[in-house]
Structures are given as structure tokens and as C-alpha cells.
Write a protein that binds this ligand. Sequence first.
Ligand code: NAP
Ligand code: ZN
Ligand code: ZN
Length: 355
Amino acid sequence: MKVNGYAAHAATAPLAPYEFERREPRADDVVIDILYCGVCHTDLHLARNHFGATTYPIVPGHEIIGRVSAVGPDVKRFRLGDTVGVGCMVDSCRQCGACASGHEQHCEQGPVFTYGSIDRHDRTRTFGGYSQRIVVSDRFVLRVPEGLDPAGAAPLLCAGITTWSPLQRWKIGPGSKVGVVGLGGLGHMALKLAKGLGADVTLFTRSPGKERDARRLGADHVVLSTDPSQMAASSGRFDLIVDTVPYDHPTSSYLPALHFDGALVLVGYMGPLAEPVNTGPLVFGRRALAGSFIGGVEETQQMLDFCGARGIASDIELIPIHQIDLAYDRMLKGDVKYRFVIDMASLDAPTRNST
Ligand code: NAP
Ligand code: ZN
Ligand code: ZN
């Protein structure tokens, strides 16, 4: 089927309208008319080729909310008209140990990502949510709880699960002390989710102007990371610090802030650190420096259900799709409150309601 979307064609060119083919639905597929798609900093990294490995054209978008418009004959869990979500993955081998234990993001054969990946069956390239519709195997489609605003729910599919997963793995609950570094898309979801789980929550930010919002979003304390005296006062406090900063920065200021046995979990920056890691605070405090990558399908559903029960959604700025480059530029400056979400009605494509 022909689908309209927006694609990046080169690292330096603005995103532009792009028509492409999606597969006809297979027996286990769900066809989803996309209503909203969140704008993740990863979209920016990949559209602008920050990792040097992007294959163009690329249609970004992996925070997808839409309505089911068709289902294959084997699909039992979804019906026409259901509001559903799709996150960062659309397939995996489904058989390896990682898949069998609900960690499809660590599939031993590699997960199939929502965009920029190769389909396991027909070897075609996957295209993401900056588009009219998407075709996804039912196993990778999420139920969106009733009552959640669909636009505000879109960022849960990546920003939500990426911050939820370390909170679960480090068993955060009432009495836990959680730090969050960076108040953007991931950071604001981390504040909401950690608060929702009952933790005492601290935001570390380089931006003095974000304090009021941070408290509204769930922070009990705010530390200006550029102020050495405020950083020193944080020493030895935290069970978990989730670091969402997208670019290289020192870990030396955060490791001492952990309590004995605490963990600094990097979810933002993915690359070599310029400043060597000081193993002293790791060894003497039995602290851990760790990473975390999105979350499994079942874990994503659990996060969505938790958000549905608590009324937790993202704070969004709804944009028309032609403002996507402006949104990327604002993200680079840290000027996001706190997630851009594309209103897909703005795509205004001639084939939008034709099938
Ligand atoms: P975002 O909305 O742009 O937020 C990033 C925040 O980091 C900013 O608001 C800012 O907060 C802080 N920051 C500090 N130094 C910065 C700098 N030099 N440039 C920009 N921001 C800086 O980004 P996001 O969508 O939350 O994504 C954050 C990172 O997570 C990205 O690198 C993305 O690729 C990655 N990611 C990882 C996973 C995973 O599975 N691990 C999943 C999704 C995204 P303050 O002003 O408060 O300091
Ligand atoms: Zn993302
Ligand atoms: Zn697998």
C-alpha cells in the first residue's frame, strides 16, 4: 500500500514529504492509521546522522498512537477502531532466550526497529511513525488504556518505557531515592514515573529556569548541576540515578551522589566518554555504572497500564509535521516542554482515508 510521510534524505537537508510502500498485511498484522507520533531525540540523532550509520531516506518516529483500520485473519487481540500504540520495535526472532524472557530489545538476532531496520520476512526497509499508517505484527502492538489522552500517551512508547525499565530493574518504590539527569522528553517521564512509584525524586539540571516545572512534574528536589556546592551536597544520597543527557558529559559528578550499592544508569548518551571513569567511587561504594535500552513488549504494556491507572501522560507540545525541523532545532537547545508530538492530521495527504 502507498503511504505518505515525512523523510530525511540527507543529514543536512530538512525533512520533506515522501511517498513510500508498506507491505500488504500478513495474517498476523494490524494496520494502524496513525493519529499522533512523538518526537524523540533519537529521531534527531538518526535523521541528522549523528552516529554516522544512517541509510537514507529515513522516516523517523517510534512513539506511535493510532487507530486499528484493518487486521489479518490470525489477529485476535485487536479489533477495528481500537486505539493502539507502537514503540521502538516491530519484530524480533521471538525464540531466543532474550525474546522468550520478554526482553525482545535484546533479541540475539537483533530486534527489528520501527524505522531504519530490515523486515525479517521480506527484507524490506522499515519506516516509522512520521506517516499516515503502519503495518505491524500484533505481537508488537500495545493496548492503550482508555482515559489516557492519545496525544499525551504517544511519548510513553519510547520516553516512558525507557525510563520505566530501569526504575523496575532497580526495584524503585516508596522510600527509594531517585535522581534524574536532564529535563527533556525522557527526563520528564522519569520524574513522573518515579514519583508515581512512590520515590523521593531529585532532578539534576543544567537549566536554572526549569525548577518550577520540575516540581510540578514530580521532583521533590532540584539540583543545578553547574553549581559545585549543590552537587557536593548531594553526596551519598541516591539508590538510582537515571541519566538522560544525549551528549558526552562527565560521570564523575554523579557517581559520588550514589548511596552504597546505588547505580548510575545511562540511557541518553551512547558512545565513548571523554573523561575516564574513576573506579574509586565504584569500588569503595559498591556502586554500579550501567546502561539500559528501551524495554520489552510486556514491560511496555505494564508501563502503559500503570500510566492508565494513575492518569500519567506526557506534557506535550502538539506540532504540525512541517515544523519538524524547527522542533529538532529547539530540542538541540534543550527547549522542549517536554515532548513534541506530531498531529498526523497535518500531513493532509490525499490517500489518508482511502482504504
Ligand atoms: P531531549 O528531550 O532533547 O532532552 C535532553 C535533555 O538533556 C535536555 O532537555 C537537557 O535538560 C539535557 N541536556 C544536557 N546537556 C545537553 C546538551 N548538550 N544538549 C541537549 N540537551 C542536554 O532528549 P530525549 O528525547 O529525552 O532523549 C535523551 C537521550 O536519550 C537521547 O540521546 C536519545 O537518543 C536517548 N534515548 C535512549 C533510549 C534508550 O533506550 N536508552 C531511548 C530513547 C532515547 P536540562 O536542560 O534539564 O539539563
Ligand atoms: Zn525514542
Ligand atoms: Zn530473539
